[in-house]
Design a protein around this ligand. Sequence first.
Ligand SMILES: O=C(O)COP(=O)(O)O
Ligand SMILES: [Mg+2]
Length: 221
Amino acid sequence: MSEKPRMILIDVDGTLVDSVPDLAWCVDEMMKALGREPWGETRVRDWVGNGVERLVRRALIGQLDGEPSDEEFDKAYPVFLELYAENTSKRSTLYPGVPEGLDYLRDQGYSLGCVTNKAEQFTLPLLRDLGIEDYFGIVVAGDTLPVKKPDPTPLLYAAEFFGAGPEHSLMIGDSKSDVKAARAAGFRIICMSYGYNHGEDIRIYEPDQVIDSMVELRDLL
Ligand SMILES: O=C(O)COP(=O)(O)O
Ligand SMILES: [Mg+2]
């Protein structure tokens, strides 16, 4: 962990992309289509980070933990998928410092990968629409493998692709899933202070560093 990283894996939602405006819009339109009240961005923000299926389940019950009925979910999920396919990037933006940060990392010669819990059908268009897909040698999405973060497997899969050992591997994320996955993989972990962590300060989970902008990576790496 103390050695200089060779490979850097970066999370999407809450790290590179402020995707909640689109996710919340789609959740609210789904709720309205089901004849229910919309939740708004502030509520939806705390439910992002474990993939769109989990997001829809949380929206249906109005809380982080628990399950809606199968009947409710089976009705709602296709509605959400259709809405989000058309609204993946319309309202989503890169956080300030992301373009400069990615340029810096690329120019320094790091192998860059993207590891997200967002499903591949949304991840790839989102990265493309925001003009950042070419930075990444590999994209491991939420459904690329049978498991997602906080399981370390997606991180180890990317590390194997690049031939990087854990001592040369860094994860950059925003949530406790990123911290847990990185710890289990034996990677260094840096978190963004501005991301989504289900309403909790990410510092509670003790990542190696917490930064406010990806431009700060210039001083850390
Ligand atoms: O919840 C999601 O869909 C994805 O979240 P992540 O990009 O932060 O892993
Ligand atoms: Mg995230």
